[in-house]
Design a protein around this ligand. Structure first.
Ligand code: SF4
Length: 459
């Protein structure tokens, strides 16, 4: 077995991570930047970093990911990357003509201490940034945080660079969808439109990383929030941010800079979280919930009542990004399932850990939580006392195989399956999909293990 070296006995580790449950900040920054229309993400560091960031996204979304790099060599590593970045800005606008270059730093450029705003000012002063074009940046040192921190930093940069305080408020809402799939962003927009609400969603990777195959290459796909829309977020009636860790910093920055009040919610995964999302939109925009949304909700309630008997009391282990982890935990608890092992690789802080503890307070079994933790510890817990279901990204498949446990792929990255970026797991429809995924796994296992005398046609 692939992870047979994982021991059941747990030893205290303080400065060692084994099988991390996260990836590096620039991956998330690049993903967020792709959610601006006409944006070319730029990795300020070596070609190796850039190649990794692009390939991590390409392998998950199964789409070509366009980006650029400062291509550090030994000289830049010693003397700093200013010359490389100024040259890169000139080349990129001349050759690829994006609306925006979104620069994120890397471990190397952060260690050198490159001052990106100063370098961009120099490029602007020397005429390398054409009129009407933008260069934005986020600091994303990968020795702190994770890909989620990188996403949050680049989303906050959209506020820093584009939001302008306004004297008159518009009726438009700002929506920050969190580090979710393009299909989730599409679903969040669909629900908002059903409510009849005008909204600006940023970032928005739908129709960028889940677009159709047309036979024609487009350097900049049709999706993404436009810079014109971003320039209006400072006048918004309010901001609804989904996921405190990925979306909270941008929402708070917009509140501070432009006095746009924000509400920070859980990701709308599951019945109760989707109810909270719909109700918040309804309240802020002063609209009624249409019958179409009530209908979808009713379907989800019906399916939950049909499935509850199979879910009751099942032990589940979840590893994932913090916003997803909290949403999963609350969803599982609402189904009377027992989320007993909870791990995120992102250092999401004490407040987040407390939220997880609060969410599992009534689970009638011991619940183990590690923030930040790694997959090694997660596996050790499972070895000590197994679970009925595993939920996590592709890396969890090794544990699932070793321990022979049903496994649902969810989160980032999913490297060994296709289609996840086309089907939402948020909203009522997404919730129904999650329910179906869980029940299929549990009943497939029951079928597999049933003796012939108990192999039932109807279950
Ligand atoms: S060196 Fe840092 S920024 Fe580059 S790929 Fe590794 S962790 Fe990411």
């Amino acid at each position: 077995m692939l992870l047979r070296h994982t021991t059941e006995e747990i030893k205290e580790r303080k400065a060692l991570t084994v099988n991390p449950a996260k990836t590096c900040q620039p991956v998330g920054a690049m993903y967020a930047a792709l959610g601006i229309h006409g944006c070319l993400p730029h990795s300020h560091g070596s070609q190796g970093c850039y190649a990794y960031h692009r390939s991590a996204l390409t392998k998950h979304y199964k789409e070509p990911v366009m980006a650029a790099t400062s291509a550090f060599t030994e000289g830049a590593s010693v003397f700093g990357g200013q010359a490389n970045l100024v040259q890169a800005i000139d080349n990129i606008f001349t050759v690829y003509n994006p609306e925006v270059i979104a620069v994120h730093t890397t471990c190397l450029s952060e260690t050198i201490g490159d001052d990106i705003p100063q370098i961009v000012s120099k490029a602007t002063a020397s005429g390398k940034v054409p009129p009407g074009k933008y260069v934005i940046h986020a600091n994303t040192p990968s020795y702190v945080g994770s890909h989620v921190t990188g996403f949050a930093n680049m989303t906050k940069a959209m506020v820093t660079y584009f939001a302008e305080p306004a004297e008159k408020r518009s009726k438009t809402l700002n929506l920050i969808p969190g580090y979710v799939e393009p299909s989730d962003m599409e679903e969040i927009r669909r629900l908002t439109e059903l409510l009849g609400i005008e909204a600006i969603m940023f970032p928005d990777t739908s129709r960028v990383l889940n677009g159709p195959l047309t036979g024609k290459f487009r350097m900049y796909p049709e999706g993404g929030v436009t810079t014109a829309a971003l320039s209006k977020i400072g006048a918004g009636a309010g901001t609804v941010a989904l996921g405190a860790i990925a979306s909270g910093p941008a929402a708070k920055a917009l509140d501070t800079k432009c006095k746009v009040p924000c509400e920070i919610l859980d990701l709308p995964m599951g019945l109760l979280a989707t109810d909270a999302f719909i109700d918040t939109l309804r309240r802020i925009a002063g609209v009624n919930v249409p019958e179409a949304i009530n209908y979808e909700r009713g379907q989800m309630v019906d399916i939950i009542s049909d499935m509850h008997q199979y879910f009751y009391g099942k032990r589940v282990a979840v590893v994932g990004d913090p916003d997803q982890l909290l949403a999963w935990t609350k969803f599982l608890v609402s189904l009377d399932m027992y989320p007993v092992y909870l791990v995120t690789g992102t250092p999401a802080g004490k407040k987040f850990e407390t939220a997880l503890r609060d969410a599992t307070r009534d689970v009638p079994q011991e619940v183990k939580i590690k923030v930040p933790g790694d997959l090694f510890l997660f596996h050790q817990w499972i070895k000590q006392a197994p679970v009925d279901l595993l939920i996590g990204n592709t890396y969890v498949k090794y544990i699932a195989r070793d321990e022979d446990i049903p496994f649902i792929r969810h989160g980032f990255p999913i490297l060994d399956r296709v289609g996840h970026s086309y089907f939402p797991t948020v909203g009522y429809r997404g919730g129904i999909r999650l329910l179906e995924m869980m029940l299929d796994k549990l009943l497939d296992r029951q079928d597999r293990d049933a003796p012939e005398t108990a192999f039932e046609l109807t279950m």
